[in-house]
Design a protein around this ligand. Structure first.
Ligand SMILES: Cc1cc2nc3c(=O)[nH]c(=O)nc-3n(C[C@H](O)[C@H](O)[C@H](O)COP(=O)(O)OP(=O)(O)OC[C@H]3O[C@@H](n4cnc5c(N)ncnc54)[C@H](O)[C@@H]3O)c2cc1C
Length: 494
């Protein structure tokens, strides 16, 4: 089944474009085909749709105006940050307004004493760390897209990154949000303090994929830069051994700042791309970063080296200096574009599994790769059990995209089968709607629809994304779910 947004009847209201032009500065409303083209997709480029109109407001009042107009005319609205999302969350709607927050790009205040910053949603993730550096502080969650992605998008997706193993996801690194509801009402959730009374609406808003409200300001936590960061790179002759080493390392009580794994196809692609000196014959490498006070890091480096060698590493390198540590990361951070050179197209999946299942799941993915006749490279946040299989395909070969999608769907269902989830950090968007039917039963989905309706009774904010309709699940379930058990058609079993 193609992963398209849930169907809804279209109700084009072209009159709203004139109304928007009357209320916003001329340069803030785009509607010609050439102006709309750059907004027709996000990072999930297989899905494209031009919006009816794009608006680029610059003030909170302008966002309120747009939402009030859309609310009154019952026009759907899709918020957009930098458009780097990988699950189609910012995919526009043919009869909808695309609300870009790109011009909300100011860091409003840095409070070094409290370790916080107030920022607008269009600020780039990395720009927060750059601005905080003068105070010896940084913003911990670091998606690989951090040079481009916006903090508003990070909140809406609850994004993760290499350092989230030790420091938590976006939800653990924000304190307060200012939002605007579909009726134009401005409201705040969370507080400057670590806890706030009442229901935890901050957590509810984080990861809500633009379905509940539009974020217009964020208070983030800033952390002191660690005194020292040390990198290690371990090679393994089997993926299973590398997976088992991850579980042992975490169980030892040491929490690395980052612990990432790449399998052989990913190692070779990254090496060819950035020449980081990776062992190209290894079946898998683990890249581990330890940070903290000098003495603590020295002790942990010794322990981690022993643990990795004990777990069967064929080689463990300790970075001699910061340049070598960054070199270890260079290939990992560039792994997606590097893999992009192996094939005309790739499809990046994102699922999470319990760490103990790493080896089994990687074996199953290998078998699925043979079953579908599509190559796959694995790059992932191993410490978190967050997988990113990159499925290689050629969109110009008829049927390959469909095969890649089915392959990806099977991987996500496999994640659920072993006790994991269908998303680790990239969100559901349009991509994983079907797998949400596998993860949740109809009662749970009904509750999610009820929460959405409480904030957005007419279903105007990013409709058709993130939470599937029960109708869709009924259709999909007839194919894949039987007495609550997943059936994998013609898949090899282990
Ligand atoms: C090469 C590459 C590497 C990546 N690596 C990672 C990674 O390591 N970890 C990770 O988590 N992700 C990663 N991503 C995915 C992506 O960068 C993140 O999901 C990011 O948070 C999206 O931010 P954005 O500003 O581009 O949001 P967009 O793509 O514009 O939007 C994403 C979602 O957020 C909603 N949204 C955006 N802004 C707002 C707002 N102000 N108010 C309400 N809703 C809003 C949109 O409606 C949409 O549903 C990667 C992407 C690429 C292309």
């Amino acid at each position: 089944m193609p992963r398209i947004p849930d169907e809804r009847p279209l109700s084009p209201q072209p009159g709203i474009i004139d109304e928007l032009r009357r209320r916003l500065p001329t340069a803030s409303v785009l509607s010609t085909p050439a102006e709309l083209a750059p907004y027709e997709c996000d990072g999930l480029t297989a899905f494209r749709q031009r919006p009816m109109v794009v608006v680029l407001p610059e003030t909170v009042e302008q966002v309120q105006t747009v939402l009030r107009l859309c609310h009154a005319a019952r026009v759907p609205v899709v918020a957009r940050g930098a458009g780097t999302g990988l699950s189609g969350g910012a995919l526009p709607l043919e009869d909808g307004v695309l609300l870009s927050l790109a011009r909300f790009n100011r860091i409003l205040h840095i409070d070094p004493d409290n370790g916080t910053a107030r920022v607008q949603p269009g600020v780039r993730n990395l720009a927060i760390t750059e601005a905080a550096a003068a105070h010896g502080l940084y913003y911990a969650p670091d998606p690989s897209s951090q040079i481009a992605c916006s903090i508003g998008g990070n909140v809406a997706e609850n994004s993760g990154g290499v350092h989230c193993l030790k420091y938590g996801l976006t939800v653990h690194n924000i304190l307060r949000l200012t939002l605007i509801g579909i009726d134009g009402e401005l409201f705040e959730v969370g507080a400057e303090a670590l806890d706030s009374p009442g229901l935890d609406l901050l957590a509810l808003m984080t990861g809500s994929e633009g379905m509940l409200a539009v974020i217009v300001e964020i208070t983030v936590k800033l952390l002191p830069r660690p005194e020292r960061a040390q990198g290690l790179l371990a090679a393994f002759d089997s993926v299973e051994r590398a997976g088992a080493a991850v579980a042992r390392l975490i169980a030892s009580g040491i929490t690395p700042a980052g612990l990432e794994m790449m399998d052989n196809p990913a190692i070779r692609a990254a090496e060819a791309f950035v020449h980081a000196g990776y062992p190209e014959d290894a079946a898998a490498v683990l890249i581990c970063e330890l940070d903290g006070f000098n003495a603590e890091v020295s002790f942990e480096v010794m322990r981690v080296r022993e643990l990795l060698l004990d777990a069967g590493a064929t080689e463990v390198r300790t970075a001699r200096d910061d340049a070598e540590r960054l070199n270890f990361w260079k290939g990992r951070k560039a792994a997606f574009p590097a893999v992009g050179r192996l094939s005309p197209d790739y499809y990046c999946m994102d699922g999470t599994i319990p760490r103990r299942e790493l080896a089994t799941v990687l074996k199953r993915i290998e078998a699925l790769s043979e079953h579908y006749g599509l190559r796959v490279a694995n790059v992932f946040h191993a410490g978190d059990g967050n997988l990113h299989p990159l499925i290689l395909y050629d969109a110009n070969v008829p049927g390959e995209l469909d095969k890649a999608e089915d392959f990806g769907g099977d991987i996500l269902e496999l994640c659920v089968q072993v006790g994991g989830t269908v998303t680790g950090e990239h969100g559901v968007g349009v991509e994983k709607l079907n797998q949400m039917c596998v993860q949740f039963d109809s009662d749970e989905l009904t509750q999610m629809h009820a929460v959405k309706a409480a904030f957005d009774p007419h279903g105007l904010l990013n409709p058709g994304k993130a939470v599937p309709t029960l109708h869709r699940c009924a259709e999909f379930g007839a194919m894949h779910v039987h007495h609550g058990e997943l059936k994998f058609p013609e898949l090899p079993r282990f």
